[in-house]
Design a protein around this ligand. Structure first.
Ligand SMILES: [Mg+2]
Ligand SMILES: [Zn+2]
Length: 184
């Protein structure tokens, strides 16, 4: 039996329509078609794990309890469409805190891999920011860019990455990887 695989997912701009420092449950809006697509990934055997920087906590813009309320709303809306997230890893620190976890550090991806026995080389990380792609590459997992959220701005910086990174207009388009998986 091979090790488990994950589709790691950034939160803001990927799982939730992008609002900077989103902090209230009523702000949570799912991108069109995201939930059915994630159900396909789940049915293909991928664990769905959220990896998110929440510097708004470290900056004092909102509390950890505010974030938890957002996550409850997120889980409720996706859960209604049959999508279950295995875990949510978040960094609550501000950039100047010098913490080990904040993306682009691969720390949260490694924590998740250790906790769930994941093969990082067989896992994907779908994000919209350069820090998502950098974290994926540092962890040895496969980066994917969504052009939602900050994705278009990130796309303009792709030439600085060492390898081609698959780009998808929206989360829902990533299911093409399940139909045509790239060679290992
Ligand atoms: Mg994001
Ligand atoms: Zn941190």
């Amino acid at each position: 039996m091979n090790a488990a695989r994950a589709l790691f997912l950034d939160r803001d701009g990927v799982l939730i329509d992008y609002i900077p420092y989103l902090s209230r449950p009523e702000q949570v809006v799912l991108p069109n078609g995201a939930a059915p697509a994630l159900r396909r990934w789940q049915e293909a055997g991928f664990l769905l794990i959220i990896i998110t920087n929440q510097a708004g906590i470290g900056r004092g813009y909102f509390s950890e309890q505010d974030m938890e309320a957002v996550h409850e709303r997120l889980k409720l809306l996706y859960g209604a469409e049959g999508v279950r997230f295995t875990d949510i890893f978040y960094c609550p620190h501000a950039p100047q805190d010098g913490c080990p976890c904040r993306k682009p550090s691969p720390w949260m991806l490694r924590q998740a891999a250790a906790r769930y026995g994941l093969s990082l080389t067989d896992s994907y990380f779908l994000g919209d920011a350069p820090s998502d792609l950098e974290a994926a590459l540092s962890a040895g997992c496969r980066p994917l860019l969504a052009l939602t959220g900050r994705g278009r701005e990130t796309q303009s910086q792709l030439s600085r990455f060492p390898a081609p990174i698959p780009v998808f207009a929206e989360v829902k388009d990533t299911v093409s990887l399940l139909e045509n998986p790239p060679l290992p």
